[in-house]
Design a protein around this ligand. Structure first.
Ligand SMILES: [Zn+2]
Length: 205
């Protein structure tokens, strides 16, 4: 499997990672899997409430539930295809906790990926060459595999993913708390319900 990430998704994941250089930052990756070409396309990156320290981050469970509900209503064809998080200043790898988290994502969606970003050097120099990230997957043998990543340049998809992705910035960051609250209340699913729904939608390959 290869990964194709579209510009807005990469830009947003980097932007959120740069928001806190003292602590890890995490969020979800939105996209779809193109079976024919065996390519995972990442169209969007979102963030949400989370608990974090300098070497740990966990998204609140409701972020996934809200996102899942929202995608099924507003973004047919797009799914949660993984997660990203930052390792400010300590290299690109999956920690033991990251591996456990990634396994949970792959249980929900077998093609799910984990993107790790180290934004520290880039924050200092603002040179693109210093922008470091890798995308990982765990294979059937339990090995951590870094995936080949390219930037999506397909014209129609760039435009579509940008327009759709700009809309989710509003949803998760700019909307006033009462609007976010309204979205939360719409979703009464527990995480277990979300897992069940995802399992039904994405039976193991
Ligand atoms: Zn980590």
């Amino acid at each position: 499997m290869r990964v194709r990430i579209y510009p807005l998704a990469l830009g947003k994941a980097v932007k959120y990672s740069l928001m806190d250089l003292e602590r890890e930052v995490a969020g979800l990756l939105i996209g779809r899997y193109e079976k024919k070409q065996d390519i995972l396309e990442i169209w969007d990156a979102i963030s949400g409430n989370q608990k974090s320290s300098s070497a740990f981050v966990a998204l609140d469970e409701e972020v996934m539930a809200i996102t899942f509900e929202w995608l099924s209503q507003e973004r047919p064809g797009l799914n949660i295809v993984g997660w990203y998080h930052s390792h400010p200043g300590f290299d690109l790898f999956l920690s033991t906790i990251d591996i456990e988290t990634q396994k949970r994502y792959q249980m929900m969606f077998p093609k799910a990926v984990a993107m790790v970003i180290d934004p520290l050097k880039y924050a200092e120099t603002r040179k693109l060459a210093d922008l470091k990230f890798k995308i990982f997957h765990i294979d059937r043998q339990g090995r951590i595999v870094p995936l080949r990543v390219s930037i999506g340049i397909h014209r129609t998809k760039v435009i579509e993913s940008t327009i759709k992705g700009m809309d989710t910035v509003d949803l998760f960051y700019i909307q006033p708390p009462e609007v976010q609250e309204e979205y939360k209340q719409k979703s009464t699913d527990t995480l277990t319900d979300v897992f069940k729904k995802l399992r039904k939608k994405f039976p193991p390959l």
